[in-house]
Design a protein around this ligand. Structure first.
Ligand SMILES: C[S@@+](CC[C@H](N)C(=O)[O-])C[C@H]1O[C@@H](n2cnc3c(N)ncnc32)[C@H](O)[C@@H]1O
Length: 389
């Protein structure tokens, strides 16, 4: 893929830009195998799961710069000036085609971009998410509630301009921090969840929920894990760090009883709606979701109880020291006749994955696969299927 922003030095986020995709994938696969070398033997690795190299991102996270009259949507340069990346080639077409209209909305509603150096202005970020149906969710991250009246006044015009826009919210983020959002979410439309059909299920995503960034690859990821759990003969699964329930709902659709554990109430609300969609579908099992800390073994065992399979998909920091306690707790809770015999680790950070695998000497890798969620960068999503030694 060629990118004019990269060539001109305006944006260097895609560090592998310009490298032919097949070479990127082979190099990333080799790097991941080397990193996990002694822990995941060569013979268990499957072929990597590829992605489209362009047009795959379902979410545009845009820092707003410039002025209300001439906003930039993209990133800030080293001097804090806005760099416009509306034509970023990673965005899905459903995003790319509406970004100019979003910029015009910023102008019409007279929303002054936040100036990081002066700590003045209001509009920090626009986050736009696309469903494969073409429907959209928009989150405006504002410094204060001050501009909300103008946003509400101009919202009907925006909705008329973007007929596929289903969900709009404002996030209030008063702090001067690099984080993407603050604690207060103000819904601005009646619908507060975007429906994202994926394989046999629908994921319902709120503005504060995690959604895997590459819809086609996420669908393949969930299908792969469901196949593994099915092949292992598990009838129950616990999905830790479940977000809006991708792994749990796919397993439930395949007839495996599922429980999901997640800290975000917004995500659990969406996952629970996904479970309701499956109720009554022939062949589907039940799924339920609990707001709890997945790193707290006692909370997980209380929420999930006995389970034959566990899926973990933590943030980049990994699972840390509580993992062995957690696995022991789940195994102890399990029915001795059908103990927890399957663990799937889906990781977006091979470094913490290696640390966590090293802390699990009683579990052995049976299969592993690089899933290329993030083309043009060296970021890697890695799946490992484990069974007891
Ligand atoms: C990498 S995302 C995975 C989400 C989901 N498995 C998916 O495929 O969309 C990690 C998730 O862990 C959640 N999380 C972070 N810390 C947590 C904790 N201590 N307990 C439970 N969930 C947590 C985040 O809110 C986020 O939804």
């Amino acid at each position: 893929m060629h990118c004019g922003h990269f060539s001109a030095g305006r944006c260097r986020s895609c560090t592998l830009m310009g490298t032919p995709y097949a070479d990127q994938l082979a190099a990333k696969d080799a790097a991941v195998r080397e990193r996990l070398g002694p822990l995941v033997p060569d013979h268990v690795w499957q072929e990597p799961l590829p992605s489209a190299a362009a047009g795959f991102r379902n979410k545009a996270k845009l820092v707003v710069g410039g002025t209300a009259g001439a906003p930039t949507l993209g990133i800030l340069d080293a001097d804090g000036r806005g760099v416009d990346l509306r034509t970023c080639g990673l965005h899905e077409a459903a995003l790319a085609t509406v970004l100019d209209r979003l910029a015009r909305f910023v102008t019409r509603a007279a929303l002054p971009p936040y100036d990081v150096a002066r700590r003045r202005g209001e509009l920090k970020h626009l986050v736009l998410t696309a469903s494969p149906t073409g429907e959209l969710m928009l989150r405006l991250v504002l410094r204060t509630t001050g501009p909300l009246e103008r946003v509400r006044e101009h919202l009907p015009g925006l909705l008329a301009d973007l007929p596929r826009l289903r969900v709009v919210s404002a996030n209030i983020h008063p702090e001067h921090k690099a984080t993407l959002s603050g604690a207060q979410e103000v819904p601005l439309t009646e619908e507060t969840l975007l429906s994202v059909p994926m394989g046999p299920v629908v994921l319902h995503v709120g503005p504060d929920s995690f959604l895997q960034t590459n819809t086609a690859v996420a669908a393949a990821l969930y299908a792969q894990v469901t196949d593994w759990i099915t092949d292992r003969g598990a009838a129950t699964v616990t999905d830790l760090y479940c977000g809006v329930g991708g792994f749990a709902l796919h397993a439930a659709a395949a007839g495996i009883e599922a429980v999901g554990v997640e800290v975000s109430a917004d995500a659990v609300r969406g996952a629970t709606r996904g479970a309701r969609d499956l109720a009554g579908v022939p062949g589907a099992a039940g799924a339920r979701f609990v707001v709890a800390d997945a790193s707290d073994p006692a909370a997980v065992v209380a929420a999930a109880g006995a389970t034959q399979a566990v899926v973990v998909n933590p943030p980049r920091r990994g699972l840390g020291p509580d993992l062995p306690v957690l696995l022991d707790g789940l195994s102890a809770a399990a029915d001795p006749a059908t103990p927890t015999g399957t663990l799937v680790y889906s990781s977006c950070n091979p470094v913490t994955l290696a640390t966590d695998l090293a802390a699990m000497p009683h579990w052995q890798p049976l299969s592993a696969r690089l899933v290329d969620m993030f083309p043009n960068t060296d970021h890697a999503e890695v799946l490992v299927l484990l069974g007891p030694r």
